[in-house]
Design a protein around this ligand. Sequence first.
Ligand SMILES: [Fe+2]
Ligand SMILES: [Fe+2]
Length: 167
Amino acid sequence: MGFFSKDIKTLDDLFIHTLRDIYYAEKQIEKSLPKMIGKATDPLLKAGFEKHLTQTKGHIERVEQVFELLGVKAKTVNCPAIDGILEEADEVSGDVDDKDVLDAALIASAQAVEHYEMTRYGTLIAWARQLGRSDCANVLAKNLKQGQATDRKLTEIAETRINLQAA
Ligand SMILES: [Fe+2]
Ligand SMILES: [Fe+2]
């Protein structure tokens, strides 16, 4: 069912493919966050990750809502990009000894995850609008907004605490 079997013919197909991609990505993020929560030392960072986990569950529900609006079965398609980001996060954090530097590594990884989400939601929203599905765009926009807010919050935590402690 990959791109190379040429089963994506229209923008509608591509939209659904990408929706399945972010559905997979959100589920992988949900699975990996408890590990990141466990590794984080700074209480604000830990709390931020916990909030992200709660939000991620909401993101999954909203993506399912979009599948429902489209009358399409909620299904995932492998996303090697998010697998790579999460794998790298795990690898790097496993190589960091100092706990303050580890927090800096974790926050950097978390922001890479947020940015993947943001690029996908941004694209999906634009396509949904183009396809006359502002109902779907509006649901997806809530996930994008939350992702942007989380990203800004992470930047703030990094610049006011984590990077200072790590340096
Ligand atoms: Fe998300
Ligand atoms: Fe992807």
